[in-house]
Write a protein that binds this ligand. Sequence first.
Ligand SMILES: *Cc1c(COP(=O)(O)O)cnc(C)c1O
Length: 356
Amino acid sequence: MIEIALTKAEKTSSLPIGQELVFGKIFTDHMFVMDYTTGKGWHSPRIVPYGDFPISPAMLSLHYGQAIFEGMKAFRSADNRVWVFRPYEYLNRFNRSAHFLQIPQMDVEDIHTALFTLLALEKDWIPGKPGTSLYIRPLVFADESQLGVKVADSYKLFIILSPVGAYYKTGFNPISIKVEDKYVRATKGGLGEAKTPANYAMSLAAQQEAYAEGFGQVLWLDAVHRKYIEEVGTMNILFKFNGEIVTPALNGSILGGITRKTVLELCRSWGIKVSERQISVEEVFEAHAKGELEEVFGSGTAAVISPVGELTWKGQKIVINNNQTGEFAQKLFDFITGVQSGKIADQFNWMEEIKG
Ligand SMILES: *Cc1c(COP(=O)(O)O)cnc(C)c1O
């Protein structure tokens, strides 16, 4: 068991009430921090006032990108109890990402203890209005200072917390997506499976061009053939063809989303046919032409489910379900958010209570 030192903030603030919460702009009073030094391992776990880190201009992660992160959520139920959605899934993925970036493995039980200790301290920051949550951002970066390219010998891990508002303020708004045929996000053998800043850096130019063209998001194709569907970049993508849910298999260049996993588990438990396989963009357009493409939606922690209303590939546009939210996407959204908010019984044990 780790012993976590606590330094309380002298000045604290509180969850703003009667004010719209914007994603990731305000942070709670405290954060968890821990260091790693070769020979010593992970050490000095502590909860300290939220604040800046001094940065050496020669810090390795700044120059060479050795960093990983996670994104998960805590919720408040109507009976005023507080919960985290599938914490071990996210923490285990954090370690898998660490492997890809050659960041030292963390003891998942220790990080879990750290997270729940921090959340217990900050629990008043967990909002309770419908659709709101406390977003949890763990991150590890190489903080050794020197300019030679190498695996670092020192790291910092931190966990910061940010109360967030409802992703959909006025109900679902199906998004218009550009199927990207110029840029690629990841290749097999690369970093696509890791939650690492590099994958986001890769996506910026494509995202910006797509925004300028009036699209809401980019759908990535595989880097080799430029024909197989991968993911949306902050979300995985799922299709409903003739009653069957189909999503790209985790092939080494796609991030294995916890929401994707949750959706697939849920579909299987409901007796709905699910396939994880290769899907070409042609197949999607052909299914649409034949009237077999019923729904398209993204899955990710931030939005949970995000219906896709239009897909444009090489200038050709298809409109899905009349640009309306599909029944199945709505059902998944209602079920998952229902369990998260405590309105629906947690039969799958997704929620872990924050005690103390
Ligand atoms: C985080 C992320 C997702 C969604 O994963 P969830 O665990 O469902 O939040 C999808 N793609 C990428 C690239 C991501 O970083």
